[in-house]
Ligand binder design. Structure first.
Ligand SMILES: NC(=O)c1ccc[n+]([C@@H]2O[C@H](COP(=O)([O-])OP(=O)(O)OC[C@H]3O[C@@H](n4cnc5c(N)ncnc54)[C@H](OP(=O)(O)O)[C@@H]3O)[C@@H](O)[C@H]2O)c1
Length: 252
């Protein structure tokens, strides 16, 4: 029987790359996001390329009710979930604390923190039933060091880091692995979203250095998920060669 990976935010970037990587490795995949057309496109591509099945779930992780409804309605054959990748997330704006848009703050906290909590709690009863299950949370280097104008995005990712450590401790008794993955700059739609469609600002975010790709992160995530049952990577901080921490870059 195939293993199952549940990946949030798989319509783009790191989540989509994870869907591709786990499908290539023979996993059946549950992919989620708010854009149903993209979910369908990913499903068609993966099922054509690999001998696996894909289930799409279209919902907003910020809605606790919707998250629990989607999980409660999972078909029985999709309930033996081995891996949960909590990836859905975003930054909105990059403004000093006194200028930042407070609605953006709410959206980031609700998505990056509340969404991750809801999805994990909803899936935990299923993860506890599966032997050797694994929760992988996507944090950020922004959750390790605060940078100028990163304020609430950083706070949301510090929360992801704390929640990941707390889950690791509290789920020890259940034998569930918990891993925090903390990437530096990865070229995805992240900056387009952050700068609200401003292509110039988004492109400038990756200028002068070679950023990580979504596939780099997906490969690393797969590595943490493919270790022997008694080995758990608690956290990894991953940057490209030219980045050290949140604000030290060697740009050319
Ligand atoms: N790119 C980077 O430099 C970087 C660095 C460190 C950490 N990260 C983290 O990596 C994760 C993935 O980001 P990415 O770089 O791959 O960005 P991306 O290409 O913009 O992908 C973000 C994904 O999250 C989903 N999402 C956002 N809000 C959602 C919501 N309310 N409900 C459900 N799904 C939602 C999006 O799907 P829909 O729009 O279809 O809902 C999309 O699939 C995020 O947690 C981000 O903070 C990124």
């Amino acid at each position: 029987m195939s293993k199952i990976a549940f990946i949030t935010g798989a319509t783009s970037g790191i989540g989509k790359a994870c869907a591709d990587k786990f499908a290539r490795e023979g996993y059946d995949i549950i992919i989620t996001g708010r854009r149903s057309d993209r979910l369908l496109q990913v499903k068609l591509e993966l099922e054509k390329e690999y001998a696996i099945k894909v289930l799409t779930l279209c919902f907003d992780v910020r809605s606790r009710e919707e998250v629990f409804k989607q999980v409660e309605n999972l078909p029985v054959k999709w309930q033996d979930i081995n891996i949960l990748i909590n990836n859905a997330g975003l930054a909105l704006g990059k403004d000093l604390f006194d200028d930042a848009d407070m609605d953006d703050w709410d959206t980031m906290m609700h998505t990056n923190v509340d969404g991750l909590l809801y999805v994990t709690r909803a899936l935990l009863p299923l993860l506890k039933k599966t032997v050797h299950s694994h929760i992988i949370n996507i944090g950020s280097v922004a959750g390790k060091e605060v940078y100028e104008a990163g304020n609430v995005y950083c706070a949301s990712k510090f929360a992801v880091d704390a929640i990941t450590k707390a889950m690791r401790i509290d789920l020890l008794k259940d034998g569930i692995k918990v891993t925090g993955i903390h990437p530096g700059a990865v070229e995805t739609e992240f900056s387009i979203v952050r700068f609200k469609g401003d292509e110039n600002k988004a492109t400038a975010a990756y200028k002068g250095f070679t950023p990580l790709t979504a596939a780099d992160i997906a490969d690393t995530i797969y590595f943490t998920a493919s270790l022997p049952p008694h080995v758990c990577i608690n956290e990894l901080v991953i940057t490209c060669l030219q980045q050290a921490g949140t604000y030290y870059f060697f740009k050319q």
